[in-house]
Write a protein of this length. Sequence first.
Length: 117
Amino acid sequence: VQLQASGGGLVQAGGSLRLSCAASGRTFSRYGMGWFRQAPGKEREYVASIRWSSGRSYYGDSVKGRFTISRDNAKNTVYLQMNSLKPEDTAVYYCAAQNTNGQWDYWGQGTQVTVSS
């Protein structure tokens, strides 16, 4: 599975961005897709995930109510709509694919999101 993330950029606090993650390869074997982020000097943080078949979504506490994850099965693409962005959302965002054992075993290259105050 290959993952290509895009959509990052610079935005002011309170603004919005939408990230995309296009999957190719053995996508039929994927249990879910998700987003993680890592800020400088901090550990990687879980952001959100979505089950590929059912569309059920899950969120980290820090983004609940502000971020929305969705998927387009026909395009093998997962999106992360980020609203009401805060400076603490600044990080490199990575998309990942989850196998049926629950392991995040494929990762995209990351896209930088910078939120200015």
